[in-house]
Design a protein around this ligand. Sequence first.
Ligand SMILES: [Zn+2]
Ligand SMILES: [Zn+2]
Ligand SMILES: [Zn+2]
Ligand SMILES: [Zn+2]
Ligand SMILES: [Zn+2]
Length: 262
Amino acid sequence: MERLRVQAEGAAAVDEYVEYRRIVGDDDGGKLFTPEQYEEYKRKMLPIRLQNRLYVSWRSSTGMDCKLVGPETQCFCTHRYKQHKTDYEEIPEDRPICVPCRVSCCQCKSYHYVPLNGTQPIRCRCKHFADQHSAAPGFSCNSCSKCSGFHSCFTCGCGQPTYAHETVVETKQERLAQGKPVGQDVPYAAMGGLTGFSSLAEGYMRLDDSGVGGSNAAKQVSNLRSSEEDDMAYFEKQYQERLKKEKAAKQKVKGLLLSKNP
Ligand SMILES: [Zn+2]
Ligand SMILES: [Zn+2]
Ligand SMILES: [Zn+2]
Ligand SMILES: [Zn+2]
Ligand SMILES: [Zn+2]
């Protein structure tokens, strides 16, 4: 009995820690916030996130979002989206909105998605790989002098070459104006273009266009290693739990109404 209780507490602590990481990211500088600091952080950041979220996607020339960028999605600079500046107290007025990398000495001025060929980097027309190019604007090649900037003919699942796509950073209002899905409001860091738990699948594989829904089976967050798949599992689990709570709350209200008005 005692061991079961300890196990349950341990599991709850892991869940809490995962939730903490999803919200705080690396903003604690590697030293866990005290409960007071955590509350203060949430008081300050959550309204900013809910109001000023930036949606990041990789869009083909036909207007399809072929990739929705999430916390773990790699940039051309090889750092992940969550390592870029993703929280804005005020949304910049200039377009395109720049999302610079926060890793010290990285020359990336704004998040730039580049697809992978399976798990391998794709090649430029100069024959060198994406990661052999500079992350500074212009994306010149570090390995040859004939390259005029990264340009890849690698074909996306949508049938269009990589070069016919662009990374798009936009606000909620801008997406709504185009009839694009915005998903639910979430308190987590660096959500980018993820609008639902099924939205990590690439555009042409998604079952619905809302990003909310789909049929991916719930998967437990089995460890604390983060990957794009873990993002999907985590958001799926949170989503299902919220649905369950909402349903239970509705039934409770219904029960109360019935008992008052038999
Ligand atoms: Zn970087
Ligand atoms: Zn970058
Ligand atoms: Zn090149
Ligand atoms: Zn080259
Ligand atoms: Zn595409």
